[in-house]
Design a protein around this ligand. Structure first.
Ligand code: GLP
Length: 260
């Protein structure tokens, strides 16, 4: 794993935007894996700003989002469809057909998950998979105890995850109990995984992911098996890493240092 500890939150976000832009520079029609959540909002804003400056072209890319709540129609404001529309598709003027998500309101969610997995494979797989991390170590909605070999499927959300995401829902509005999510195996098949974590609330999960045992207890620890995983952190999210000094020696302030 490449561990990059940036000087602050903004720098961590900017680094992720750079990696995405470099991927699209090399291949404008790359297939990206996209993520949602509060952490990704400034990443979307950064990409939109670059696209407006003409510094990156988003029009040819295709993407697959990690997950969607079961039972929410794309028009529901708290659906991840609506999130993508609000933060990326609308502001960047993209064709929504090119940015795919599982359909949370499909009549048969399990069948929809299998169809989504097949759609990703038919697109040639994912070049760059963007990831956030839940405070309990989830990636996508792969909650603790998720099979490390799991495909796209329906997962039951933990009470902690539903509580954490309640802030996005209105008062008295129920956070859905289930989600369709890419599996750990789906994520591990991406050619490059890029995880962004910022803030002290993620410090424990980050330490378990990077330095803990490979275990379904912390699903993000599966990234230890990814051939090319980059973890971008701010100092708060990196605070519990025991080998922090080593990571900072290899990549001072998150920089790439030429060998020799
Ligand atoms: C959500 C999403 C994840 C996201 C995580 C962290 O539940 N399913 O993809 O990475 O939780 O979200 P946040 O960035 O809001 O902390």
């Amino acid at each position: 794993m490449k561990i990059l500890i940036l000087p602050d939150r903004d720098a961590a976000v900017a680094r992720c935007v750079e990696v995405i832009a470099a991927t699209l520079d090399a291949r404008p029609d790359a297939v990206l894996g996209l993520a949602t959540g509060g952490t990704m909002e400034p990443v979307c804003a950064g990409l939109v700003a670059r696209a407006r400056e003409g510094a990156v072209s988003l029009g040819e890319m295709r993407s697959f989002n990690l997950d969607e709540y079961v039972g929410l129609a794309p028009s529901h404001p708290q659906s991840y469809h609506a999130y993508m529309q609000r933060h990326l598709i609308g502001p960047a003027g993209l064709d929504p057909e090119r940015l795919r998500l599982p359909r949370g309101n499909a009549a048969d969610p399990e069948a929809e998950a299998a169809r989504y997995e097949a759609e990703i494979a038919a697109a040639g797989g994912i070049e760059l998979q963007l990831l956030g991390i839940g405070a309990n170590g989830h990636i996508g909605f792969n909650e603790p105890s998720s099979s490390l070999a799991s495909p796209c499927r329906v997962k039951t959300l933990t009470r902690a995850t539903r509580a954490a995401n309640a802030r996005f829902f209105g008062p008295g509005e129920e956070v859905p109990r289930f989600a369709i999510t890419m599996g750990i195996a789906t994520i591990l098949r991406s050619r490059h995984a890029l995880l962004l974590a910022v803030g002290a609330a993620k410090a424990e999960a980050v330490a378990a992911m990077v330095e803990g045992p490979l275990s379904a207890r912390c699903p993000a620890s599966a990234l230890q098996m990814h051939p090319r995983a980059t973890v971008v952190l701010d100092p708060e999210a990196a605070a519990r890493l025991e080998l922090r000094q080593y990571y900072e020696t290899v990549h001072p302030q998150g920089r790439e240092v030429p060998l020799g």
